[in-house]
Design a protein around this ligand. Structure first.
Ligand code: SAM
Ligand code: DTB
Ligand code: SF4
Length: 326
């Protein structure tokens, strides 16, 4: 039922029941399947390394219940205007020197204005010229905005589904799940690669994690990059006191993502500061093969670079070289 081979196009016709059956397999069987598929498609000891930069911080009009940058919550995140191209290239040069191969620009927008897309396009050109892969996450895009970013050479656009369609309304009311799917379509039409995943630990049930995976795996084509975030609980947000998620549920989600989307890079994204080395090692064994590297994500903490270097050494992992453009 789960058989796929590296020559075949990944299946995008998964039924919800199939995804549930996969997610709920005995843990050892699930990890074995995930590891087997991981080895068919990837070097199991290579991890893609991305660094994030918040190019426009805070005062976002949206009401995403997890987010420290929403203007509706008092989280102490300072408001900062859109950075200059020079500031961005300086940060990218630092990230490149530290070993990152992809640089991801994040902005606290519902969606950018055209003038902002123009300024961000200049940043993308500059970072691309430095030989790094580029990614941006700017919120909802119109079709011409997606085309403008693609024309600037943007390699990936990150736009997450965040959670299941059924649970979504508990988390965000200012834009819909369908709005997100539309932006993903514009990104595809413009010819960019898609980075799309979600957040775990927001009080969702296992069935929501299964439904999120189902939505991601049935995108056609599937996303090239799938960030799995663990909620970072930020004081002042409605989810500040969300219950802990069992780490093994996180590993199950990573393993199922690997099996369902065999060609995608599955990224351990937000929340790694709360993970032990052992939990991260299990995630890598389950098929995760990308991380955010650098002391900060957008506004919250990420493991220290030295800690990640030590973890890579202990596990014999090495940074992956970028894939050549299409
Ligand atoms: N404003 C744009 C948007 O929402 O699409 C781009 C930036 S937004 C911060 C990018 C993603 O970060 C969100 O979709 C969400 O998945 C993730 N994120 C934000 N706050 C988080 C938190 N506290 N914990 C985990 N993930 C978070
Ligand atoms: C994604 O899925 N995770 C990253 C990235 N896409 C932009 C963002 C995580 C943000 C965590 C909260 C913060 O640092 O503000
Ligand atoms: Fe704004 Fe993005 Fe945060 Fe939502 S996740 S509040 S859109 S910055």
């Amino acid at each position: 039922m789960y058989a796929q081979s590296a020559e075949m196009e990944p299946r995008t016709d998964w039924s919800l029941d199939e995804v549930a059956a996969l997610y709920e397999m005995p843990f050892n069987d699930l990890l074995y399947q995930a590891q087997r598929i991981h080895r068919q498609y990837f070097d199991p000891n290579a991890v893609q390394v991305s660094t994030l930069l918040s190019i426009k911080t805070g005062a976002c009009p949206e009401d995403c219940a997890y987010c420290p940058q929403s203007i509706r919550y008092h989280t102490g995140v300072p408001t900062e205007d859109l950075m200059s191209v020079e500031e961005v290239t300086r940060a990218a040069a630092r990230a490149r020197a530290a070993g990152a191969t992809r640089f991801c620009l994040g902005a606290a927008y519902r969606g950018p204005k055209d003038a902002q897309v123009e300024q961000i396009s200049a940043m993308i050109r500059a970072v691309g010229d430095m030989g790094m892969e580029t990614c941006a996450t700017l919120g909802l895009l119109t079709e011409p905005q997606a085309q403008a970013l693609a024309d600037a050479g943007l390699d990936y656009y990150n736009h997450n589904l965040d959670t299941s369609e059924a649970f979504y309304g508990n988390i965000i009311t200012t834009r819909t799940f369908a709005d997100r799917l539309r932006t993903l379509e514009h990104v595809r039409t413009a010819g960019m690669r898609v980075c799309c995943g979600g957040i775990l630990g927001m009080g969702e049930a296992r069935e929501d994690r299964i439904a999120l995976l189902h939505s991601l795996a049935t995108l056609d084509p599937q996303p090239e990059s799938v960030p799995i975030n663990q909620l970072v609980r930020v004081q002042g947000t409605p989810l500040a006191d969300a219950d802990d998620l069992d780490g093994l549920e996180f590993v199950r989600t990573v393993a199922a993502a690997r099996i369902l989307m065999p060609r995608a890079h599955v990224r351990l994204s937000a929340g790694r500061t709360g993970f032990s080395d052992e939990l991260q090692a299990l995630c890598f064994a389950a098929g995760a093969n990308s991380i955010f590297y650098g002391d900060t994500l957008l506004t919250t903490e990420n493991p220290e670079e030295a800690a990640d270097r030590a973890l890579f050494r202990k596990l014999g992992l090495k940074p992956e070289q970028p894939t050549p453009p299409n």
